[in-house]
Design a protein around this ligand. Sequence first.
Ligand code: CUA
Length: 344
Amino acid sequence: MTRATLIRLVAAMLALTAVISVVMLQFDWNGVAGATEADDIDLLTDVMIVLSSFVYSIVLVMLAYSIWRYRAKPGDESDGEPIHGNTKLEIAWTLIPTVIVLFAAGYSWFILDKIEAREADRLEVDVTAQQFAWSFEYPEQGVTSTELHVPVDRQAEFNLDAIDVIHSFWVPEWRVKKDAVPGQPTSLVATPDREGSYQLICTELCGVGHATMRAPVVVESQEEFDEWIADQDGDAAGGGGAGGEGGEEDAVAAQGQQIFDEQGCNGCHTLAEAGATQTIGPSLDEVLPRLSPDEIETAIVDPDAELSPGFNEGIMPDNFGDALSPEELDTLVRYLSENAEGGQ
Ligand code: CUA
């Protein structure tokens, strides 16, 4: 290969890299960006697209050149000269990928180090994942919720825990993602910089209800966030401190509904009273009217003891007897049996 040919080939590779890069960068691969981390990660994606286009161009140009240059000529039936080794070529094809991979590793490390840095004034949120629901506890504010609320432009640290199998925490607009692993605490940080409603999605196949394991995410101003926190406190105080006529029934209804949501019952069952509409498990609107309180309790702590027709063993977690305190279990059973009477 002459020097002139080599220069032409390299020029063709660079030109093709430019064309492929420009085309590929037209696509909005990652969607709307809603956190400061997203900007760094999107830039990293773009750099990787350009690097990949370069590698792809080298392969395409050399392939096209070889097909044309070494094609069989009319009348020539030979296999061509046997050759062995080409030191310059081997050094080049070792060195170039090494430089590209080292650059990609170094740059990714730099970005990861930057977006994982914890800020002193961050908001702490303890996240619990279980089949097939999320719950959120704000330890500093003393609030628990099934909706994730975070203030805009403030770093939030999510301390992840799972109580059954591995789940994964992902809000696509924030880009960052991490597994929640039973018995092994993990955490990730995000700094949402765009107000609005989003969805937290479980991205680890965790069972039959995996696809429904989502939770609403609200990014709002610090004032709106403070108001929301105050409202959560109000609910808790109202439920616990109720007295007078009908007060206890109201408390059971409120607490029962809260347990129903927090334990993720709404992730699998339909119950009109609770606004639950899932169909992974039997519809409680249909099943409950047939059950006594004792039978309801058995169905919660030992779900495989008696199965509804068309539903299989082992789908519903059998650890609610451990997850719920005796008082919580009692409240949940009373809540469900009251609904059973109401539902008839
Ligand atoms: Cu939890 Cu998928």
